[in-house]
Every structure is written in structure tokens, then in C-alpha cells.
Design a protein around this ligand. Structure first.
Ligand code: PA5
Length: 376
């Protein structure tokens, strides 16, 4: 069970009405999802994962933002060894990075999991075109189709249309779940299953969290709101496990895209200790006091526990409010709980700040400018 080391006096009526609002939001489908997991879909995911492991050395996961950060966070944190390697593409527009990933796969057997809810994201489309071309050159057009797994909208988008027309193996991102809240759909489950993560354990953790993590999530959302109201505008997520670096990246995206709008939001930053104690530690201890620290306290070894304790004492003495979130177990189940806990806290926290957690209108601004430049 997720635990927290703070106990704020929150407005219970307000939090209960926020929870109800979220549940009836057209994009709130992820809240009840752990209770409604379609086991036939999970069986299809497992079958696809088995086939990919049998016929491929690499799975190229193509997607950006909410279409890749969640599963990468879990895979990197747990590092299971299914024998197959996952490689990520389409998470930037760098030609250098794309060529590196293409060369990394080289002549080896591979399959593609292209993930895009909209089916129109530029980064994803460019990387998909490059890897599809490689697939066709290696296997010919027919076999290539059997090695493409597409996770996209049920009805719309060019990726949807291409998938249906070519008979790629298709998984759906439900209408009522957006990218950054989609880890528990095929978006996250397929790459995790391919990598060898225990997805049943992950689902079980999220399911347990639908009851057990609600109160801790309310307390955490309320603490964040209190911090924001007291002019603490930066939250530093701190972990002591180097493998959880991508979990921090997922957190930053979740909170940044959900809260940062209408001039609102808390800037989400992250550190991994003890590595960053030797770089950002100085700033944490003695720098500008506009930030607080949220420790994600994974079960860890004795030495690392001492570091957690030392950091809490030192930073508190240095004038930083330190919150701590206790993770029950460092396994798929623990991460299932943690993902649900943060999704729920984040959506409630955004509501407390008066913004819609499920939109990202600001992301369009750079896309429009890019479109203009490309047309020129
Ligand atoms: O969380 C989100 O909604 C975004 O980060 C999207 O996941 C990201 O922009 C990619 O979008 P799409 O899945 O449509 O390619």
C-alpha cells in the first residue's frame, strides 16, 4: 500500500466532489479502468508479445509523450530479461537519433509497435515511415505487415486507416483515455509484456490502488495545492534508484501537461540521488527557496536507506519542505499502484488549480509554427 509522511487537513467535501467530477469526465475512463480490464484484450496482448519474442530480436517502440514514457518508465525500472531488446524511436525529430536506432537494429530480426492515439503525430509518423521501409526491404511487403503492431484510436486518424487497410495487428486506445493516462491500456501493456514485465501483477497493483491509494492521493494533491498557494512553484521529484530515472520523466510529463496551462501549474523537476547530490545537491541545500522535494521512497538496501534519511534531515535543515511517498514493493505490482496513485493525484491537483487535466492546448503552438516553416 502507498504511504505518505504527511497528513494535511483537507476539505473532504471539495475533494469528494472533484473525484466525482473526474469520474464523470469524458476523459476520465482511466479511473475505473483497473476494475474493468478486458481479459480477452490482455490475452491478445500476451499472444502478440509471445509471437514478437519468438520471431524478433528487437521490438522498435515508436511513439512520443504519453505514447511511450509510461511503459519505458516501468521497463527501465524493472529491467526484466525476456531476451529481446526494446528500442525507442519517434521521440524526437533528430535525424542523427533516427539513424542511430536504424543502425542499432541493423540486420537483426525485428518488429514494430507504433503507438499514437491521434495517428498524426509528426515525430511518430517520420520514424514509422523509416522503420516500415526497413521492414519491407528486409521481409517484403506481406511479411512486413505481420510484424507491425499498431496501437491507436478505435475510429480515426491516418494510422488507424493504414492499420485497417493493411491488416496490421491492431490495439485500441479507448476514446475516454488520453496519452499520459494510458499506461494501463495496450499503449503500456504490450511493450511491457514483450519486455517480460509481469503485466498481471501490474494490473493487480493498479486495481488495489483504486481503493487503497485514494486517500493518500487526496492528501498528496492537497499538499501540492497548499505548496502552490504558498508560492512554492517547483516540485523536485527525488528518487534513490538510478533505474527509476524514466519514472521521473513520466512524472514530469504527467504533471507538466496536466497542470501547466492558464498561467497555472507547478514546475516538475527531478533528481536521482546520490548521483545528483554531487551536482544539484548544492542547489537543493542552499539555493533559492522556491522549491520543495517529494521523495519517492522505493524499498531499497540498507546503505541507500541511510542516504534517504540523511537527505531528509539535511534538506529539512536547509529549509526545504520534504514530502515522502512510500512505495510498497519494487516490482510490477508496486509500480501498478504507483502509476495509479500519481495519475489520480495529478488529476485532482490540476482540478484544485482550476485547470482541465486532460487537455494540452499549448502543445499545438510549436506544431503550428513548425507546420508554417515546413510549408515555406
Ligand atoms: O499525454 C498526451 O496526451 C501526449 O503526450 C500524447 O501522448 C503525445 O503528444 C503523443 O500523441 P499521440 O499519441 O496522438 O501520437
Amino acid at each position: 500500500m502507498i504511504t505518505v509522511n504527511f497528513n494535511p487537513q483537507f476539505d473532504a467535501a471539495k475533494m469528494s466532489s472533484i473525484l466525482q467530477e473526474l469520474k464523470s469526465d469524458p476523459m476520465g475512463g482511466w479511473i475505473e479502468l483497473p476494475k474493468k480490464i478486458d481479459m480477452d484484450e490482455v490475452a491478445r496482448i500476451k499472444a502478440a508479445a509471445k509471437k514478437i519474442n519468438e520471431d524478433s530480436e528487437y521490438l522498435v517502440c515508436i511513439g512520443i509523450g504519453g505514447s511511450y514514457l509510461g511503459h519505458r518508465a516501468i521497463i527501465e525500472a524493472l529491467r526484466p530479461d525476456s531476451g529481446l531488446k526494446i528500442i525507442y524511436a519517434g521521440k524526437s525529430l533528430s535525424r542523427r537519433e533516427l539513424e542511430y536506432t536504424l543502425n542499432k537494429v541493423g540486420d537483426r530480426d525485428f518488429s514494430i509497435n507504433v503507438i499514437s492515439k491521434s495517428g498524426t503525430t509528426l515525430e511518430t509518423s517520420i520514424a514509422f515511415a523509416a522503420f516500415k521501409d526497413k521492414l519491407i526491404k528486409k521481409y517484403g511487403p506481406e511479411e512486413a505487415k505481420g510484424r507491425i503492431y499498431a496501437t491507436t484510436d478505435a475510429h480515426h486518424g491516418s494510422l488507424h486507416d493504414e492499420t485497417v487497410n493493411n491488416g496490421y495487428t491492431r490495439f485500441v486506445v479507448p476514446d475516454n483515455i488520453g496519452g499520459r493516462y494510458s499506461v494501463l491500456t495496450a499503449v503500456g501493456l504490450l511493450p511491457m509484456a514483450v519486455a517480460g514485465v509481469d503485466i498481471d501483477g501490474f494490473i493487480a497493483g493498479a486495481l488495489a490502488a483504486t481503493t487503497e491509494a485514494v486517500e493518500p492521493a487526496i492528501k498528496y494533491a492537497w499538499m501540492r495545492y497548499t505548496m502552490a498557494m504558498n508560492k512554492y512553484d517547483t516540485e523536485v521529484f527525488a528518487s534513490f534508484e538510478p533505474f527509476s530515472e524514466y519514472f521521473n520523466e513520466w512524472l514530469k510529463q504527467l504533471f507538466g501537461e496536466s497542470e501547466g496551462k492558464n498561467g497555472q501549474g507547478i514546475w516538475p523537476a527531478s533528481v536521482v540521488y546520490s548521483t545528483d547530490l554531487h551536482s544539484l545537491g548544492q542547489f537543493m541545500q542552499e539555493g533559492r527557496r522556491n522549491l520543495w522535494e517529494t521523495i519517492i521512497d522505493y524499498p531499497t538496501d540498507e546503505m541507500n536507506k541511510k542516504v534517504v534519511c540523511a537527505v531528509m534531515r539535511a534538506h529539512t535543515a536547509g529549509g526545504i519542505p520534504v514530502l515522502s511517498i512510500g512505495v510498497p514493493s519494487y516490482d510490477a505490482r508496486g509500480f501498478g499502484e504507483l502509476i495509479y496513485f500519481f495519475e489520480l493525484s495529478c488529476a485532482m491537483s490540476a482540478k484544485l488549480l482550476g485547470v482541465d487535466p486532460f487537455t494540452q492546448p499549448g502543445v499545438e503552438a510549436y506544431k503550428n509554427e513548425l507546420k508554417k516553416l515546413i510549408q515555406q
